[in-house]
Design a protein around this ligand. Structure first.
Ligand code: NAD
Length: 312
């Protein structure tokens, strides 16, 4: 038995993959989630779920007191940039104050380590050329980026004050099975749902309508889960990007996904979406050294297609 891992946001997209990977590796696992965007169906039936909102300190403390995790993988969040712009107080309430409720409970009940789902995409801002490595300047231009960065600093503080170990993982754009298509983020999930429904795919402009769209670094969710598991045993640096370093335009993604799913790609072109980064690519050097080569987009989309196929 490896230890006891509590995954907040465990009923969500990334959290549920962390749970699958942790179970395979022999961890005792539980999820904490308020099911606001996650679903019980994402969890294996025998995994305990604490249906708790991070904003309720007593409930968070009761869950941590009951499960007594050795490690917490903190994935639960208000995870939408545009919601954070419209409702910065809500974003901070969940991502900063809710996170602090969790850290207080972790400290109080003797958790050894907290792993945090941070965001390379939002924290580095525009990456005009090359790739952002972990020492790149931070430019938190959305309330979401600011709340994630603030929590990174709180982790430092809890470590300095009380010795609570931590790992910050700054994810690129994550995709894979179980991603929720019902938002405005998660372009792979949105395009997948539209292709399956025979609907056109919209390429929002990088500069002008009709161009190839914004540039992103798409990382497969299985690699993100592996990074979390490796972090759980303290085998990776305190701050690490989780990306591939490969750059993909929205048009390339649309065409490659359509080809992988065997569907025709009908493209539509929209204007630049205000607030969207034009280019975001992460340096994968550190995570490659820790975890090996990440899956490339071709292999990752094929995994997604196989999963979709198995469901029908
Ligand atoms: N998906 C990406 O590309 C990406 C990129 C960078 C960082 N992240 C971060 O990774 C984490 C997981 O994201 P995801 O894509 O799996 O999103 P998701 O929405 O599928 O998962 C988030 C989970 O947190 C839960 N949750 C939300 N608010 C809560 C609250 N107040 N109390 C308890 N639970 C709450 C939701 O119900 C959901 O199950 C988030 O912290 C997100 O900010 C994601």
């Amino acid at each position: 038995m490896m230890g006891r891992l509590l995954v907040t946001g465990g009923a969500g997209f990334i959290g549920s993959h962390i749970i699958d990977t942790a179970l395979e590796a022999g961890w005792e696992v539980a999820a904490l989630d308020n099911l606001s965007t996650g679903s019980r169906d994402n969890l294996p039936g025998d995994v305990p779920l604490y249906e708790v909102d991070l904003r309720h300190p007593e409930a968070v403390h009761a869950a941590v007191a009951d499960f007594r995790p050795t490690v917490i993988s903190h994935q639960a969040a208000q995870a939408s940039v545009s919601v954070s712009v419209r409702q910065p107080v809500l974003d901070a309430d969940i991502n900063i104050l809710g996170g602090l409720n969790l850290l207080m409970a972790a400290h109080h009940y003797g958790t050894e380590r907290v792993i945090f789902a941070s965001t390379g995409g939002a924290i580095y801002g525009e990456v005009d050329a090359g790739r952002a490595d972990e020492s790149a300047p931070v430019r938190p231009y959305s309330p979401y980026a600011t709340s994630k960065l603030a929590f990174e600093y709180y982790l430092q503080t809890f470590y300095q004050q009380w010795g609570l170990e931590f790992t910050v993982l700054r994810y690129a754009n994550v995709y894979g099975p179980r991603q929720n298509p019902h938002g405005e983020a998660g372009v792979v999930a949105i395009f997948t749902a539209r292709l399956q429904a025979g609907l056109p795919l919209q390429i929002n402009a990088r500069e002008e309508p009709g161009d190839d769209g914004c540039v992103r670094d798409y990382v497969y969710v299985g690699d993100v889960a592996r990074a979390n598991l490796r972090a759980a045993t303290g085998q990776i640096p305190r701050l690490m990007n989780v990306g591939t370093g490969a750059e993909t335009t929205t048009r390339q993604l649309a065409q490659q996904l359509a080809a992988t799913l065997g569907r025709p790609a009908e493209l539509e072109f929209g204007p630049h979406r205000s607030g969207d980064l034009k280019r975001s690519v992460l340096d994968p050097g550190m995570s490659r050294a820790a975890l090996g080569e990440p899956l490339d987009l071709t292999a990752g989309l094929q995994h997604l297609a196989n999963w979709l196929e198995a469901r029908t």
